[in-house]
Design a protein. Structure first.
Lengths: 490, 250, 437
């Protein structure tokens, strides 16, 4: 590779130059008082017009959270977060609960336009085949500003709405499932979320229904000093199917912002949930200044027999990622899958992976993880596969590969593989390698530039995972990966 | 036209090429023969621009322009093609994807517009048929799990598609059985034209029965020590490289 | 947050008292022993909240601390050695220990083969021998709580220096004969000088099944160009809680071929800490563990490729029967400058019964980009198809199983070059299988 200095310079430039979603939207916001207290929780609950039981749930979580300590086992380091310097609620002042798109602040609509997120159904309809349509729930800081195709989905019996609305409209459903996969006391960040969560999506697919379109939520953090604490709950009733996508961006800011989400998935008998994420929060600049702290608890419960939950994630953003989308394989013959691409560059720190907990008989799981570390980043895969005593016939296959680009980054693999059942068969393999100079030369000899060659080889490296994404997302993800790595080779 | 003047090259302080001179005219097929370790492969890498080699002196002119300052991709766009002795495997990247990326990169570098997908597929299919490359091979990851013969055919396919003006064949016959050798040679012969020249590097004369050269150069200790017509290859076949080794010792 | 003071368990309290009582009489510098004990005094026995002991909670497993064994009488020692069986048929220079104390009268210090120097550790510690400065060559070990306990309590051991090519194996023979449970702490240092080569053999056994608590450390410095073959056999009694550490530092162009075969103990934890400190060094690090009943067997290793161009291969096999639990933790570390590292680690476990459990934690920690590192871990039952094939050829099921288990473990054992050593290890596998019935 040519001059090292050149490489360093380029790496230095990238984050600032290439994060395309770093703009800020000027909207007048209404915020809760700064910091965290019972009063702030009451404020949030009141803003959402919640019933008493929900407020009580939050307050219990808050009480519990005060006794908990921030986890420190992950391979990430960051300055102590001052939880009293954060605003836990921020919503556009004008009409925080718009009834239709016409009521949404035009500045916000422009924001989503710039981000390429279609919010007008008629625009989406034009020239798109019906099965290719995507329903969107757009979450701006602490509130959902628009949800599309609600009516059409309702006809199919699918409930897709902001969770705050669901708490009011379908309290029994929410009460039945909320916190049953990620208990209130699960971990520090999940408990915090339980106390202060603001918005997120709620999905219920009734028995036997195949959701007629992709559902998606687009999360945007805009306001300064705010945290985003979304909560998503997806229930696929017996024999149903749903595919859900999630995207995230935030403006460039010098200070770090906290994102602590909780996602719960429940699949009953014969149901299937596909959950895909393209996470592109602002990663901070080349010196590690700014960026999102992404502490997320995502867990799926294959509660029914023959149920399937698939997590697919493309992680390119955030200063710190702490995220382990997991599956509890409770139902007999249920299946959990985890496909992940985690790209880190600059000063990013990623500690991500999955947990596959085999409880039922003949449960299967599959983990394919591809980590790519460049710049001065740290990229860790951390995973758990376990078979309990009764998990007769459990099967797992795990493959985690890491690719290093440059000599200042680190790639680590920390798998825990625990079997308490003799009939369980677990296979795990992991490799770490680099793009070989010979491969680079070969591509260059055919006329590809350094960056084209790297992008090509990296895309080959992550192909197994990209294939799991819905087509439109796969193309986006592929571009995103290339952009994230630009300048990482000299 | 390719002209190499007084080329001196070392790798890790070891001198490999010692003032090598060579001219290959447009349309000419030149063969370089020589014993193992004479610097044949080094020459091909240096022309293509591999980085590990340190050029201490001399120049390489392609159509009058010195290419030594260019990166490997720029040289490729300028017309240099190297058929590797050991083609590299790229997991996960389908051969088709790779071909398209390479063709478009070169078109872009030359300021031409990129190929439409149907045009691209048409061209690939035509060239592949000639080299007896089955379609499913093009869908597989580049060179991964390919046999020796398949890898070499894939190299010639790229040579045909990239329309390079100066093609180097580095020990292309190594690891080929007679049928594969015939297919590869026919592929190369079909590409012979007045505006394309070839540098065929080989240890054995066998390949030159199939790809008949215009000129033959003998390389030894990093220099061209003798040049002649195609009959020189036959002479080497009969006498071996022993003469040159002795002259070295003397 | 209020500081949490942990209550000491009875075993921890007993160890503190034992140290207070023994420190004045143990040989050598009290200060450095006290330092080593300090961390234990603060943290107690490592437990499941300490990441490296997540699967082997010593606080829970060590209920009582056995008293440290006194030096046996010469008669007692001789009787114990007569009863010792491990590697009895292997021609070797024997360095025997009984109840954790060197039986120096059994060694003809003058008649040792050329190239071997042996210095008893107890007297060396007392006199401040110059080789003492070479103890503790590996930092990973020095930071480890089990090793630190050994440093605090080590009562005896040897220091061995090897020059040139030594062909006769050196057999470090550890026998515990006390009829009541005792604790022992031995330390062995082996320095293999440049271009020298040697075969080291360790056997650990007891003449009875009492719940002994050995804590053994073997430290190895293989200088540039040195070649070391090392075979360790844990054949402790069924009740023993055996802690052991093998810490090795390898110089440039050195090679190591080591295996730990475990058939004994109620609980064992074997730790390997290896550092490659020079270029072009190779290591084959193997293990074969056989666990039954309610045994708990833990193999933990850290391999640091601190120099470029080194190659390591780790192959660990665990067979689990009854309600036993197997643990494998292995970490390959490659710092930024260690380019061209080639490291491959494999852990395979076979569960023969319903109640068994296996915990695998293979880790990679990579900071250099031009490396090839891989690890694999598998866990499962015997292959039904293979079993069927053998039975279809007329083998009864138990024999077919035994054959497959032998083949499974054999893959790790076959790296032992010395025929008689390899055969002795295979014999221990066969004995284990026979006892299984």
């Amino acid at each position: 590779m040519p001059a090292v200095q050149e490489t360093i310079d380029q790496v230095r430039l990238i984050d600032v130059d290439q994060y395309k979603y770093g703009f800020e939207t000027e909207v007048e916001m209404e915020k809760s008082p700064k910091g965290l207290s019972e009063d702030v929780i009451r404020f949030i609950s009141a803003k959402k017009g919640e019933p008493e039981w929900m407020l009580q749930w939050r307050l219990d979580a808050y009480k519990r959270w005060q006794t908990m300590q921030e986890p420190n086992w992950a391979r990430v380091s960051y300055d102590k977060i001052d939880y009293n310097e954060i605003y836990y609620y921020a919503a556009p002042k004008n009409n925080p609960a718009p009834k239709s798109l016409d009521e949404v602040d035009p500045e916000i609509l422009r924001t989503y336009e710039k981000l390429g997120i279609p919010l007008r159904e008629q625009e989406i309809l034009a020239g798109v085949e019906p099965e290719r349509r995507v329903a969107v729930d757009a979450v701006f800081d602490s509130v959902s500003v628009a949800t599309t195709f609600k009516e059409e989905l309702k006809k199919a019996g699918v409930i897709f709405m902001p969770i705050s609305e669901a708490i009011r409209e379908y309290p029994d459903l929410v009460k039945q499932y909320l916190g049953t996969v990620v208990p209130v006391t699960d971990n520090f960040f999940a408990t915090l979320n339980s106390a202060v969560f603001t918005d997120g999506s709620f999905v219920y697919v009734p028995p036997g229904v195949r959701c007629p379109m992709e559902l998606s939520t687009y999360f945007r953090i805009n306001e300064k000093n705010t945290g985003q604490f979304e909560r998503t709950l997806i229930i696929a009733d017996k024999g149903s199917y749903v595919s859900y996508l999630e995207g995230c961006t935030a403006p460039k800011r010098d200070e770090n912002q906290l994102h602590a989400a909780v996602v719960e998935l429940i699949a009953l008998d014969d149901a299937e949930i596909k959950y895909s994420t393209v996470q592109n929060w602002y990663p901070g600049d080349a010196q590690g200044k700014g960026g999102i702290y992404n502490f997320v608890t995502k867990r799926g419960d294959c509660r029914g027999k023959n149920s399937v939950i698939t997590w697919t994630q493309v992680e390119t953003g955030s200063a710190i990622t702490w995220k382990y989308p997991s599956c509890i394989l409770r139902g007999d013959n249920s299946r959990g899958e985890f496909y992940s691409i985690a790209v880190s560059n600059g000063m990013q720190q990623v500690d991500s992976g999955t947990k596959m907990i085999h409880l039922g008989k003949n449960t299967t799981s599959r983990i394919i993880s591809k980590g790519i570390a460049a710049g001065r980043s740290e990229n860790t895969y951390r995973g758990l596969v376990s078979a309990h005593r009764k998990a007769t016939g459990a099967r797992n296959f795990t493959n985690c590969d890491s690719l290093l680009i440059g000599n200042e980054c680190g790639a680590h693999t920390v798998p825990y593989i625990e079997s308490k059942n003799a009939t369980a068969v677990f296979e795990h393999e992991a490799t770490t390698s680099k793009i070989s100079e010979d491969q680079m030369f070969y591509c260059q000899q055919r006329g590809l530039s350094d960056e084209e060659a790297t992008a090509l080889i990296v895309n080959g490296f992550v192909k197994d995972v990209l294939q799991q994404l819905p087509m439109e997302f796969a193309v986006e993800a592929q571009k995103l990966i290339s952009i994230s790595l630009e300048g990482s080779v000299g | 036209m390719l002209e190499i003047k007084n080329l001196v090259v070392q790798i890790e302080d070891k001198r490999i090429l010692n003032g090598l001179n060579l001219t290959v005219n447009n349309g000419e097929v030149a063969a370089i023969m020589g014993p193992n370790g004479s610097g044949k492969s080094t020459l091909s890498y240096v022309i293509a621009g591999k980085e590990d080699y340190e050029v201490l002196d001399g120049e390489i002119l392609l159509d009058g322009e010195n290419i030594l300052e260019m990166g490997p991709d720029e040289r490729a766009a300028a017309g240099v093609f190297l058929a590797f002795q050991y083609p590299l495997e790229i997991p996960g990247v389908a051969s088709m994807t790779f071909l398209k990326a390479a063709m478009n990169a070169q078109l872009k570098a030359r300021g031409e517009s990129e190929l439409s997908t149907p045009d691209f597929i048409k061209r690939v299919n035509a060239a592949a048929a000639q080299l007896e490359i089955p379609k499913d091979m093009l869908k597989r990851a580049l060179n991964v799990g390919f046999s020796g013969g398949e890898k070499k055919r894939m190299e010639i396919l790229q040579m045909a598609l990239l329309r390079s003006s100066f093609c180097i064949l580095d020990e292309t016959d190594s690891g080929l059985d007679i049928d594969a050798l015939r297919i590869v040679s026919e592929g190369v012969n079909a590409l012979r034209s007045p505006d394309r020249s070839f540098l065929v590097i080989t240890h054995y004369q066998r390949l030159l029965n199939h790809i008949v050269p215009d000129t033959v150069h003998v390389m030894h200790s990093g220099r061209i020590v003798r040049s002649g017509g195609k009959e020189l290859a036959l002479e080497l076949e009969a006498n071996g490289y022993a003469d040159y080794r002795e002259s070295e010792a003397a | 947050m209020a500081a949490i003071t942990l209550m000491k368990t009875p075993a921890e309290t007993a160890l503190v008292q034992a140290f207070e009582a023994a420190k004045a009489t143990l040989p050598g510098d009290v200060e450095s022993r006290a330092q080593a004990f300090e961390t234990f005094n603060r943290n107690g026995l490592p437990h499941r909240r300490v990441e490296e002991f997540k699967y082997t909670d010593l606080r829970a497993l060590v209920r009582e601390a056995a008293p440290f064994a006194a030096k046996p009488s010469l008669d007692e020692a001789k009787r114990a050695l007569l009863d010792a069986k491990s590697f009895a048929g292997v021609d070797a220079v024997r360095i025997p220990f009984v109840n954790g104390h060197l039986v120096d009268s059994a060694i003809a210090f003058d008649g040792l083969p050329e190239g071997i120097d042996v210095v008893p550790l107890a007297s060396a510690l007392a006199s401040g021998h110059e080789w003492l400065s070479r103890l503790s060559p590996v930092d990973w070990a020095s930071k480890n709580p089990v090793y630190q306990l050994n440093s605090a309590f080590m009562a005896d051991g040897v220091m061995i220096r090897v020059v040139g090519e030594v062909t006769t194996p050196i057999h470090l023979q550890f026998v515990t004969s006390s009829t009541t449970p005792v604790a022992t702490a031995t330390r062995v240092l082996v320095v293999v000088e440049p271009e020298a080569s040697v075969t080291l053999v360790e056997s650990h056994e007891s003449t009875n099944g009492a719940a002994h608590q050995p804590n053994d450390v073997v430290e190895l410095i293989a200088a540039d160009g040195a070649h070391v073959r090392h075979v360790r056999l844990n054949a402790e009694g069924d009740q023993a809680i055996a802690l052991s550490t093998f810490a090795v530092k390898l110089g440039a162009e050195a090679s190591l071929n080591t295996i730990n075969v475990a058939v004994g103990s109620s609980v064992f934890r074997h730790q390997v800490f290896g550092v490659f400190s020079g270029e072009n060094t190779t290591a084959q690090i193997n293990g074969a563990s056989m666990l039954k009943d309610r045994q708990h067997g833990d193999t933990t290793l850290i391999i640091e490729h601190a120099a470029p161009h080194c190659e390591s291969r780790e192959l660990f096999k665990t067979v689990i029967d009854g309600e036993a639990t197997g643990v494998f933790q292995g970490k390959i570390i490659v710092p930024p400058h260690a380019q061209k590292t080639d490291g491959r680690m494999m852990s395979a476990a076979l569960l023969l019964s319903e109640g068994g459990a296996m915990n695998n934690k293979p880790e990679l920690e990579i900071f250099a980009d031009d490396v090839q590192c891989a690890h694999g871990a598998t866990c499962g039952q015997l292959d039904d198809d293979l079993l069927f094939y053998l039975m279809a050829r007329g083998l009864p099921k138990p024999e077919a199983e035994s054959l497959l288990v032998q083949a499974f473990l054999g893959e790790a054992i076959e790296f032992v070059e010395n025929d008689s050593l390899r055969e002795a290890l295979i014999a221990s596998v066969e004995a284990w299988l026979r006892a299984r019935g």
